[in-house]
Design a protein around this ligand. Structure first.
Ligand code: NAD
Length: 295
C-alpha cells in the first residue's frame, strides 16, 4: 500500500480563497494586531509570513514591536490598549517571550473575544467544556480540517497524539475528543511509545523529534498527521515521521513541509475573520456590546 498524500498547501489555498471572499463581504476590514517582543529571528520570519498571508485575504495586520527588555507590566498595559481599541479584531502575541515575562500572564490578559490564537485559559476552558463558541488554536484546527479532507469518519477512531504541549498536543486531544475520537496522549515519559502508536487509527506526531515514527510503529491503513518541523544538518526540513518508510503502510499521510504548516496560518486568518464578524457592531460609535471595550 502507498498512502494518499494529504496536500495541506492545496487545502490551505482553498481556505484562503474562501476567506478572501468573506473578508470582502465583512462590514469592515478585519484587523489583526501582532505583538512582537525582542529580536528573535525565527519570530520575525513567522510574523512577516503572517502579515503577507493576511494581506492576501484582505486582513490588515498591524505589528506592535517592543524591546526585549520591556517589563511585564508595560507589556500588559500595551495589550490592554489593544483590548480597548474597538478597531482591533484579533490580538496575537508571538512566542517565545523574554525570560522576565510570564507568557501565561500575558496570554490570560488578552480579551477572549480577540484571542485569535485561542491560547487564553478562557478559550481553552470553553474547548474543554465542548462549547461551540471556543476560539480553537490554529494548529489543532488545521489538523482537524486535514483529517476531514480525507472524507474518512472520525467517530470512534483511536487517535494517538505524540506530544502534550499547550499549543499542539493538549488542544488537539480536546478537539478530537469533541469529535468523538478515542484519544490517547503520549509524551516524553511514555513507556513503550511504539506499542501505543501501533494501536492508532490516526497518529498525530507533535514532539519535535526528527523521523522518530517508523514504519513498524504504524498499523496498516492508519492516517498520519505529522506536525513536527525539524531542521536537519544539511539544512532541509523533516517531520517527526519517517515519511518515506511510513507512506508504505499508512492510508493517508501529510508531508513536511506542505502539510500542517500552511494550515496553521490559514486557520489563524479564519479565526481573525470570525472575530471581526463577531465584532462588527464595535465599529459603530454607539456600540455598547462590552467586547470592544471602547465604549
Ligand atoms: P514542545 O517542545 O512544546 O512539546 C513537545 C512535546 O513532545 C512535549 O509534550 C514532550 O513531552 C513530547 N516529546 C518530546 N520528546 C518525545 C519523545 N521522544 N517521545 C514522545 N514524546 C516526546 O513542542 P510543540 O510546540 O508542541 O511542537 C512540536 C513540534 O511541532 C515541533 O517540531 C514544532 O516545530 C512543530 N510545530 C509545528 C507547527 C505547524 O504549524 N506545523 C505548529 C506548532 C509546532
Amino acid at each position: 500500500m502507498t498512502a494518499c498524500i494529504i496536500d495541506g498547501k492545496a487545502v490551505a489555498a482553498g481556505i484562503r480563497k474562501d476567506l478572501a471572499k468573506k473578508t470582502t463581504a465583512c462590514s469592515h476590514t478585519p484587523v489583526l494586531a501582532v505583538v512582537l517582543v525582542g529580536e528573535n529571528e525565527a519570530s520575525r520570519i513567522y510574523v512577516r509570513n503572517k502579515k503577507k498571508a493576511a494581506a492576501e485575504v484582505g486582513i490588515r495586520c498591524e505589528v506592535f514591536e517592543f524591546s526585549g527588555s520591556i517589563g511585564e507590566n508595560a507589556l500588559l498595559s500595551s495589550i490592554q490598549d489593544l483590548n480597548d481599541d474597538p478597531h482591533v479584531d484579533g490580538i496575537i502575541v508571538q512566542l517565545p517571550l523574554p525570560p522576565q515575562i510570564n507568557p501565561q500572564k500575558v496570554l490570560s490578559h488578552i480579551n477572549p473575544g480577540k484571542d485569535v490564537d485561542g491560547f487564553s485559559p478562557y478559550n481553552v476552558g470553553l474547548l474543554a467544556e465542548r462549547e461551540e463558541s471556543a476560539v480553537v488554536a490554529a494548529t489543532p484546527k488545521g489538523i482537524l480540517k486535514l483529517l476531514e479532507s480525507t472524507g474518512e469518519s472520525l467517530e470512534g477512531k483511536h487517535v494517538v497524539i505524540i506530544g502534550r504541549s499547550n499549543i499542539v498536543g493538549r488542544p488537539t486531544a480536546l478537539l478530537l475528543l469533541n469529535h468523538d475520537c478515542t484519544v490517547t496522549v503520549t509524551h516524553s515519559k511514555t513507556v513503550n511509545l511504539s506499542d501505543t502508536v501501533r494501536q492508532a487509527d490516526i497518529v498525530v506526531a507533535a514532539c519535535g523529534c526528527p523521523k522518530i515514527v517508523k514504519k513498524d510503529w504504524i498499523k496498516p491503513g492508519a492516517i498520519i498527521i505529522d506536525v513536527g518541523i525539524n531542521r536537519l544538518e544539511d539544512g532541509s526540513l523533516c517531520g517527526d515521521v519517517d515519511f518515506e518508510e511510513v507512506k508504505e503502510t499508512a492510508s493517508y499521510i501529510t508531508p513536511v513541509p506542505g502539510g500542517v504548516g500552511p494550515m496553521t496560518v490559514a486557520m489563524l486568518l479564519e479565526n481573525t475573520l470570525e472575530a471581526a464578524q463577531r465584532h462588527a457592531c464595535c465599529h459603530d460609535e454607539n456600540c455598547h456590546c462590552g467586547r470592544c471595550g471602547g465604549n
